[in-house]
Design a protein around this ligand. Structure first.
Ligand SMILES: Cc1ncc(COP(=O)(O)O)c(C=O)c1O
Length: 382
């Protein structure tokens, strides 16, 4: 029998999700917010269910939600858009990024992304027939990219540049002046900017999130991706959206329709309620995440593992090589010590702020004990 799996599918094959028993482990890697979604959002979803709102919606989303998105963008981001022609509601940011890259890329087109990056972007670009080109950023600069590095990676095939700020996995928040200089490069080389802003509400140390589309000359070449997953703890509800000029939104519709027809209707009603409400409920939640961020930094300082001070998102990116072993060995030893960490790549782990006390402290103690043990064993063998 021939191989039924296409070459394209084989080229993007991933490890299946494992179901190893991690019950005794402490998860310091979670990408899921651990606060409870405000009840008024759940109520809106329940009300829509009780009213039997259960059918397909307009492909681009229910008008009430598109209007709520437009109002939110004006209120929170300073961006005025037309809810009729400039918004597409999707099944999460994940569908949004797939739909966007399918719409933008022809075979062989190159897309730039600042690295380290959320790996799904590379997979999506490959599925869309394009090639992802990584623009390295460094520990020294806190993983903030430079316009020069982006310009240096541009070739005649470059079509788009992807920016994820606040960043998963590094926690970097790209300052306004850096974004402005990247927009100038995009303008000079006629590139589309894809700006993934799903961590916009997670900023620390006084860092300010800038919506790229609000910058001078950015509006007509920027595709903004956002989602309710992170800012409203709705990861399983699958609700995201794309904001872009009308011709681009129009061109996205066939891909979106072929994949999902429309975003889940119940999620759309919840999202409309969420986006129409002020976000004062989030203030104490963010303060709690800040406490956890400081606990992480103190723990890493004590064992002298370098990290990039996270100014946004809810991750911390730390280099484990100064422990004396490589990332793969470190991850294995951590698993054996009952710790789940994210592999950030390039010798770095990606820790998460989504573990509460006292498990957080217990997890950080396990991490410290592991590093001390690795070093003691290396000393004993020296
Ligand atoms: C940078 C980034 N973009 C997109 C996504 C997907 O988000 P959603 O749950 O909205 O599909 C994630 C999820 O972790 C992410 O980190």
């Amino acid at each position: 029998m021939r191989d039924f799996v296409s070459a394209r599918a084989r080229s993007i094959a991933i490890q299946p999700q494992t179901s190893i028993d991690t019950s005794g482990s402490i998860n310091l890697a979670s990408g899921t917010p651990d606060f409870t979604t405000p009840s008024f959002i759940i109520d809106a979803m329940v009300d829509s269910l009780l009213a039997a709102k259960l059918q397909y919606t307009a492909w681009a989303g229910i008008p009430a939600l598109r209007e709520a998105i437009a109002a939110k963008l004006e209120r929170e981001n300073g961006l005025r858009i037309d809810p009729e022609s400039e918004v597409l509601v999707t099944a999460g940011a994940q569908e949004a990024l797939m739909t966007v890259l399918m719409t933008l890329l022809d075979p062989g087109d190159e897309v730039l992304i600042t690295d380290p990056h959320y790996g799904v972007y590379t997979r999506a670009a490959t599925i869309a027939g394009g090639t992802m080109v990584r623009v390295p950023t460094t520990f020294a600069s806190g993983f903030v990219p430079t316009a020069e590095a982006i310009a240096a990676a541009i070739t005649p095939r470059t079509k788009a540049v992807i920016l994820v700020s606040p960043s998963n996995p590094t926690g970097a928040v790209f300052p306004r002046d850096v974004l402005e200089s990247i927009v100038r490069v995009a303008e000079e080389h006629d590139l589309v900017i894809v700006s993934d802003e799903i961590y916009e509400h997670y900023v620390f140390d006084g860092a300010v999130h800038t919506s790229v589309a609000t910058l001078p000359a950015a509006r007509e070449r920027t595709v903004t991706i956002n989602s309710l997953s992170k800012g409203y703890a709705l990861t399983g509800v699958r609700l995201g959206y794309v904001v872009a000029p009308p011709d681009l939104i129009h061109a996205m519709l066939p891909f979106h329709h072929a994949m999902t027809i429309c975003a889940p209707i119940t999620a759309q009603y919840g999202a409309a309620a969420a986006l129409n409400a002020p976000r004062d409920w989030f203030v104490p939640i963010l303060a709690e995440y800040d406490r956890r961020r400081i606990a992480w930094m103190q723990a890493l300082d004590e064992i002298e593992l370098p990290y990039a001070r996270p100014r946004g998102a809810y991750y911390i990116f730390a280099d484990v090589r100064p422990s004396g072993v490589d990332l793969e060995t470190f991850m294995r030893l951590a698993r054996e010590a009952g710790l789940i960490l994210g592999a950030g790549g390039d010798g770095c782990i990606r820790g998460s702020l989504m573990q509460a006390s006292p498990r957080l402290e217990e997890g950080l103690e396990r991490l410290q004990a592991l590093v001390r043990r690795i070093r003691a064993e290396a000393d004993a063998h020296a």
